[in-house]
Write a protein that binds this ligand. Structure first.
Ligand code: GLA
Length: 379
């Protein structure tokens, strides 16, 4: 509700300036304090024009998003000296995003974020087989997940939101039901990137939508995120087997390497976690509304990011499969091991096969809703 009022207030204040004379004097949005959405061609995909939309708020923060994969390409925020920097990993061109092995930079993920064991689940007596694309498991929606499709984009009134829609057909990647999805990206006046997901279906289906931004708050200065300090409000995590499928056990973090209840440098205990962090934390929730669940701080730049969500879990992935081989990266940067980290707010992995995990089945007549916010400041 708080975010809603902020957005509404911003929309009212700035809509009055929208077609005034000042718009013609093309000074950069970062110095004028003008709320805007601009568009730039970003190549073509399967004959369709890809567009990069850039949202700017009055404080000068910018977020850029593609209609391909609903991909966030840039998040530009100020450091403690007021200098702008791009805090996510990505590429300079569409060919970067299209390369084989692009590890889901910035994109929307679905129909089911993270893994479904062996790509199988049974629903109302029918066993469904999904596209298997990760060690015999189904990962992030299969071979052609929502990160690899074109979304329809529409700028929203007030110039602070971009609405993306996608109709995922019955049978796509093996999932049942036509799923009608809307994702609204909003850049709030208080420097939050807010993502609202809604969906409806005509057959019962698993659903778990999320975003896969790789953050590095140093904005290109540090080659890894190991000096970032992270906090996660979670007493437990979902234990996984060797192919990263939950065992069903929820061990206590208990002061060990998985314990982020008080802020801790990511590099402190990472060596004690085989392969690095790639787990789902069980959030200590107060209720079902939007709550602060974690934070990330980069002491040298002063950049601080808070994460809010309505979801029960968060996948903290420390960029364990990055190995410096991706091409067309921003300014030719080498994205080495742990160059960025993801905080994927979500339902638990393999939810459809785990009766004790929170429900992930959406039925006809119901509406799936998920809101997450990544809010930036300095300290
Ligand atoms: C998620 C998974 C990881 C990995 C990345 C993408 O975070 O949990 O295992 O697949 O996505 O590379």
């Amino acid at each position: 509700m708080k975010y809603f009022s902020v957005i509404l207030a911003t929309a009212i204040i700035f809509s009055s300036c929208n077609n005034s004379e000042t718009e013609k004097k093309e000074t950069p949005a970062t110095t004028t304090g003008k709320v805007a959405i601009t568009e730039k061609p970003f190549g073509t995909f399967n004959g369709e024009a890809v567009t990069e939309y850039t949202l700017t708020n009055a404080a000068g923060m910018q977020v850029s998003i593609l209609n391909y994969g609903g991909t966030v390409t840039k998040i530009i925020t100020k450091d403690k000296e007021g200098k702008d920097g791009d805090v996510i990993l990505g590429y300079d061109s569409l060919s970067g995003y299209l390369q084989k092995g692009n590890p889901y930079f910035g994109c929307l993920v679905g129909r089911y974020g993270n893994r479904i064991a062996k790509g199988h689940f049974t629903l109302n007596g029918t066993t469904y087989t999904l596209a298997q694309n990760n060690n015999g498991q189904s990962l992030h929606g299969g071979i052609k997940g929502y990160d690899k499709v074109m979304w329809k984009a529409a700028k929203q009134a007030g110039d602070s939101s971009l609405k993306l829609t996608y109709l995922s057909k019955d049978g796509e990647e093996g999932y049942p039901g036509n799923l009608d999805i809307t994702v609204v990206y909003t850049l709030t006046a208080d420097n939050g990137l807010k993502i609202d997901y809604t969906a409806t279906t005509d057959k019962a289906t698993p659903i778990n939508l999320t975003n896969h931004c790789y953050f590095n708050l140093s904005a290109g200065k540090d080659s890894t995120i190991l000096a970032h300090e992270m906090m996660l409000k979670a007493d437990k995590f979902t234990e996984v087997d060797t192919v990263l499928i939950p065992t069903g056990k929820l061990p206590d973090v208990n002061g060990g390497p998985m314990d982020f209840r008080t802020p801790k440098a990511i590099g402190k205990d990472i060596a004690a976690v085989k392969g690095g962090y790639d787990h789902n934390w069980v959030i200590n929730r107060q209720g079902n509304s939007l709550e602060l669940i974690g934070s990330l701080y980069h002491p040298a730049s002063g950049r601080y990011m808070e994460v809010f969500t309505t979801e029960p879990g968060v996948q903290f992935y420390s960029g364990n499969f990055l190995d410096g081989t991706l091409t067309n990266t921003k300014a030719g940067k080498k994205y080495v091991l742990h160059a960025g980290l993801c905080l994927e707010t979500q339902h638990f992995p393999d939810g459809p096969n785990q009766p004790l995990f929170p429900n992930t089945i959406l039925k006809p007549g119901e509406t799936y809703r998920h809101t997450s916010v990544y809010k930036f400041s300095v300290k």
